[in-house]
Design a protein around this ligand. Structure first.
Ligand code: TA6
Length: 299
C-alpha cells in the first residue's frame, strides 16, 4: 500500500486519525485509527473491510481470496446490500450499491476520539430506474462500530419499495464452537430447505452444516458467543425487521471462487436489514434509517 495523501485529521489534539491509501489493487481506502481501534473502509461499496479493537482479534472476517475490483463484491467485512437482497434476473445479486464506488462526503473527528466517515452514493444508470432517492452511509469508529445506512425518497409522489441489509461477516475461532442467541421463537425462511417457513426453537443456535436463514419480524439484538476466543459479539440494530444468518459450509465454499475452501470454519454472517416480506415501502419525502451497533465483550 502507498500513502497517497498526508494523513488528514491528525491535527494537534485530535485523537482519531484518518489516512488515505491506495490499497488492494490501488483502490482508494481510508485507514481509521482511534485510541481504541483501527478500521479500514474502501470507497468501493463504502465497504468496511476491517475493524479491530486493540488487544483483540479482528471483529470482521475477510476472505484471503476476495477480489478488490470495481464491479465485483468484496468477500468479507460489511457489504452494503441495496436495493434488493438475493438474486434478480439479469442483475447483480444483492443489488448494485456494494459493487460501485461511493463518494466520501465528510470526515468527522469527535473530541472523544471517535471518527465518523460519511459516504454518499452517486447517481448511476441502475439507480435511475427507481424513484429519485438519496443514499447516505455513516460509519463511526470507536471502541464499537456504528453503521447508519439511510435512504431518502426524493420523489414527490412515488412510493419507493426496496430491500436493504448490512451483510456483516464476523470472524470466529471455529464456527462449530460458537453459539448464536436472540432468535428463539422467530419465524424464518430456510433457504437450505427451499425457503421452507420454520420457527427457531433454540435459545442458542449451533452451526454444524450449511445455514442460510432469513429471520423475519425480529428487532432483537443478537449475541455470538465464542468461548475459544473468550469473546462475545453483540449486534444491536434499529430500523431493521430482518436478521439473516449464513454459513456456506463445505460445498458452497468450494463453489465460491473468491472464498477459500476451508474459510467457512472461521466466519459467520449475521446480517441486519429489511428483506423479503420485511421490504421497505418508503413514502414520498420520507427517510428510512438502518442502524447497526457492533460491540465485543469478554466472555
Ligand atoms: O446472506 C445470505 C446470502 O443471501 C446467501 O444465500 C449467499 O448467497 C450470501 O448471501 C452471499 O451472497 P454473495 O452474492 O455475496 O455471494
Amino acid at each position: 500500500m502507498s500513502m497517497t495523501a498526508a494523513s488528514q485529521g491528525a491535527r494537534e489534539g485530535n485523537l482519531g486519525r484518518v489516512a488515505f491509501l491506495d490499497a488492494q489493487n490501488e483502490l482508494p481506502m481510508l485507514e481509521v485509527t482511534t485510541p481504541w481501534s483501527t478500521a479500514e473502509l474502501y470507497l468501493l461499496g463504502a465497504h468496511v473491510t476491517s475493524f479491530q479493537k486493540r488487544d483483540e482479534p479482528p471483529l470482521l472476517f475477510m476472505s484471503q481470496c476476495s477480489r478488490f475490483v470495481e464491479g465485483q463484491p468484496i468477500r468479507g467485512g460489511i457489504p452494503v446490500i441495496f436495493p434488493w437482497f438475493g438474486p434478480r434476473e439479469g442483475m447483480p445479486q444483492h443489488g448494485y450499491a456494494r459493487i460501485k464506488s461511493w463518494e466520501l462526503k465528510e470526515l468527522v473527528h469527535s473530541p472523544d476520539g471517535s471518527v465518523t466517515v460519511r459516504f454518499r452514493f452517486p447517481q448511476c444508470p441502475e439507480s435511475l430506474v427507481f424513484p429519485p432517492h438519496t443514499l447516505e452511509y455513516a460509519v463511526t469508529v470507536k471502541d464499537t462500530l456504528k453503521l447508519q445506512f439511510s435512504v431518502t425518497n426524493d420523489s414527490a409522489e412515488e412510493v419507493f419499495t426496496f430491500e436493504n441489509c448490512l451483510h456483516c461477516y464476523f470472524q470466529v475461532s471455529d464456527v462449530t464452537a460458537i453459539t448464536v442467541a436472540g432468535l428463539k421463537g422467530v419465524r424464518y425462511l430456510d433457504k437450505v430447505a427451499r425457503f421452507a417457513e420454520k420457527m427457531e426453537q433454540n435459545d442458542a443456535i449451533r452451526i454444524a452444516s450449511e445455514v442460510d436463514r432469513i429471520y423475519l419480524d425480529t428487532t432483537d439484538p443478537i449475541e455470538i458467543a465464542d468461548p475459544r476466543l473468550g469473546r462475545r459479539i453483540l449486534i444491536e440494530k434499529e430500523g431493521s425487521a430482518s436478521t439473516v444468518v449464513w454459513n456456506p459450509w463445505t460445498d458452497k465454499s468450494q463453489q465460491m471462487p473468491d472464498f477459500g475452501n476451508d474459510e467457512y470454519s472461521r466466519m459467520l454472517c449475521v446480517e441486519s436489514g429489511n428483506v423479503a416480506a420485511n421490504e421497505i415501502r418508503l413514502a414520498p419525502g420520507q427517510t428510512s434509517s438502518l442502524v447497526v451497533n457492533l460491540a465485543t465483550r469478554t466472555l
